[in-house]
Design a protein around this ligand. Structure first.
Ligand code: ZN
Length: 202
């Protein structure tokens, strides 16, 4: 079972609510800041294409969101993948930057935090490397590398290996145009599938 989590799409009334950044934490974070302009639609389109390809390769797939909106915050998204005992949770996003020249593909993984991510840290880091490498090969995007994050609710609540792909910059005119095309979304999806397969072969 692979769990796909296309980012955002939580309506503002719910998205503005806050939730603890990790189990037992008093640090609260907004459920969904909405993402970069156009990001939610791009993330969903890539997620649906990835689901199709994964199923074709024989995987079972669950998606936290398969339509334009969801009521799930990031705690609920992690829980959704946890209860399904996913072999991997892939969180699909696109980036935004005040600098329109910023572009490229990066993969985030959970930073090591005792009690929160120590159970998934090593596997998530391996998955991040596999997914990043395969995605760069499939898309030809600039390789921005891997980034550990300790501030992402969806990582800190995950009990299954988890990665988050920033598939490109919505703020970069060329990359944003590419990310909105079915052809490029399919390239990203192929990369995510190849990365998943490499990770599971280990
Ligand atoms: Zn995002």
């Amino acid at each position: 079972m692979i769990c796909l989590d296309p980012g955002h799409g939580t309506p503002p009334a719910i998205g503005r609510q806050t939730e603890p950044i990790g189990p037992g934490s008093r640090v609260m974070k907004i459920k969904d800041g909405g993402g970069a302009p156009g990001e939610a639609q791009v993330a969903l389109a890539i997620g649906l294409k990835t689901r199709t390809l994964l199923r074709r390769s024989g995987f079972r797939v669950a998606m936290t969101r398969s339509g334009p909106t969801t009521t799930l915050g990031n705690v609920a998204r992690a829980h959704f993948c946890n209860v399904r005992h996913a072999a991997l949770m892939i969180r699909i996003h696109a980036d935004g930057s005040p600098d329109p020249s910023s572009h490229g593909f990066k993969t985030l993984y959970p930073a090591l935090h005792r009690g929160w991510t120590d159970d998934i840290y090593a596997a998530s880091l391996r998955a991040a490397g596999d997914v990043q490498r395969a995605s760069i090969r499939a898309t030809g995007a600039l390789d921005l590398g891997l980034f550990p994050r300790d501030d992402l609710t969806g990582f800190n609540w995950a009990n299954v290996p988890a990665v988050l792909v920033e598939t490109g910059f919505m703020s970069n005119p060329r990359e944003s145009r590419l990310l909105k095309t079915g052809a490029y979304q399919l390239k990203v999806a192929r990369g995510l599938v190849a990365g998943t397969e490499a990770f599971l072969r280990r």
